[in-house]
Write a protein that binds this ligand. Sequence first.
Ligand code: PLP
Ligand code: COI
Length: 357
Amino acid sequence: MNIRIEKTSTPAQKPDQKKLGFGKYFTDHMFLMDYSPAEGWHDARIVPFGNLTLHPAATVFHYGAEVFEGMKAYRRADGQVQLFRPMENVKRLNSSAERLCLPQIDEQDALEAIMKFVEVEQDWVPSEPGTSLYLRPFLFGSDEQLGLHTIQNALFIIIASPVGSYYAAGINPVKIMIETEDVRAVKGGTGYTKCGGNYAASNRAAARAEQKGYSQVLWLDGVHRKYIEEVGAMNVMFRIGDEIVTPELSGSILPGITRKSCLDVLRKEGYKVTERKISVDELVESMKNGTLKEAWGCGTAAVVSPIGELAYGDMKYTVNNFEIGEITHHLYDTLTGIQWGNIPDTYGWTVEIPANK
Ligand code: PLP
Ligand code: COI
């Protein structure tokens, strides 16, 4: 793929790596590529970061035709920059695009775009412990008309943000509220995609949870309101007795890459792991009778995040004395170890970015 590169003449000052937060700062450039039926994907370019000009009738503003990805570039101790399972993000982007009838991108082209962009922005990959360069590829319909038609024109963009930990608390346990009113997704809908609309539909419950002092909500399935699905920006896992359980991929939850990686690690190391339906009644019972040993969420932004308290209706349950559990810690250490290059990547998950000459 031919990528035109136009460097900025006014590079920004880099923020203090100890105060990055999440998604507040942006790098000097962005990647863009246009789609039209006549030309397909064309005009791939890396240009100075800036505002977009879009027609006010552009499909994305009215009918929510947008999908995105979240991934990170990590700086290793030797200074080299690497990505974690980037092809998984590319495949999921296409799967999301297919569901929303947005044009798909050739996998190799999408990977090349991501890698070239990170190569150009590599000085922005921070080196403080726990920091990384968060990458946000997104794709949306840009047709300039209000009729409801199949999308013809689209844009693919990648922006990047140097980040610290997603939760202000770092790797400390978070409080999660089980949502009993709103639902996020149903089978047959868009739950398995990373489309903006899923997050818009989640906002009200998330706001209510935040008001009550909870980080995020734990969704129940939209039909029976009975089975555990996932957290706002994480998949979820439980250690009940000697079994590690996680909701099966039912079509309404996001097939998380961190989830998949946790399962790969646990299975390789011989843990008993089951992907199945978990009812909220089973979960509550396990908290009451003490068989719930650990609960954690997992996602790119949040990495592996211990859950210290679960609220359901009027009841509040403390998990593992609000401490980080043994398996939670092990998964955190293993994944972050591979991602930051501190332990050998025996899985072949990391992809190195060529260093600046
Ligand atoms: N579930 C939801 C709703 C998410 O937004 C995310 C974050 O991307 C995840 C799960 C975890 O997915 P991944 O591990 O691929 O980042
Ligand atoms: C990610 O983990 O990459 C996410 O997309 C979370 C985001 C909603 C903040």
